[in-house]
Design a protein around this ligand. Structure first.
Ligand code: SF4
Ligand code: SF4
Length: 180
């Protein structure tokens, strides 16, 4: 199933929140920086972002160097764990965050589910105090797409990925290295 369809349930809720004036427009983006961001992606989520970056001409050497610099700076490749459930999630400045004025440069149709499910619950949020991850919404989306589990298993087998989730910059670099 295409990436936007797999995100439809979450996007509809974001539109619903936005219709009540609840959105991120007044916030400098705390959840995309090392203040609070520890986003990890599955092979399928990683593939969604990688496909977008390639199709839009953004998968350049410059971007790959930026991703590697993030991995090095925040030591994202030394997270303890077995790739199934990390014992520790490290926070990092997301390399796709372009500051308050530009925000996230990944379109919402391919954005990691966890990014989409993290939203404010009050209008004019500026500090992230009302923000949280909507677990029931994320679970609802997951339940609507039971096929995803086997798609991830197939991707892991095909590209010999040993992990189930990795921090986004590392996941993208490792996915490419594995031939994805
Ligand atoms: S989810 Fe919250 S912390 Fe993140 S950008 Fe939006 S308002 Fe800011
Ligand atoms: S992908 Fe976008 S929304 Fe997610 S952490 Fe990075 S900048 Fe923020």
């Amino acid at each position: 199933m295409q990436a936007p369809l797999r995100r439809k349930i979450i996007l509809a809720e974001m539109d619903n929140l936005n219709s009540k004036g609840i959105n991120c427009s007044a916030c400098p983006g705390h959840c995309c920086t090392a203040v609070a961001n520890s986003m990890q992606t599955t092979p399928l989520e990683t593939q969604d972002v990688l496909n977008y970056l390639r199709e839009s001409g953004r998968w350049t050497m410059e971007l790959k160097q930026k991703l590697q610099a993030t991995v090095d700076k925040f030591r994202l490749d030394s997270i303890p764990g077995n790739g199934k459930r990390s014992y520790l999630r490290k926070t990092y400045d997301c390399p796709f965050f372009e500051g308050k004025s530009h925000g996230c440069t990944i379109p919402r149709e391919v954005k990691p589910y966890g990014c989409l499910g993290f939203n404010p619950s009050a209008p004019h949020e500026t500090e992230g105090k009302s923000c949280s991850s909507d677990q029931s919404l994320l679970l609802k989306r997951e339940s609507a797409h039971p096929e995803e589990s086997s798609v991830n298993t197939d991707l892991s087998k095909k590209y010999q990925l040993w992990w189930e989730k990795r921090p986004l910059p590392l996941a993208l670099l490792e996915a490419e290295k594995s031939g994805m």
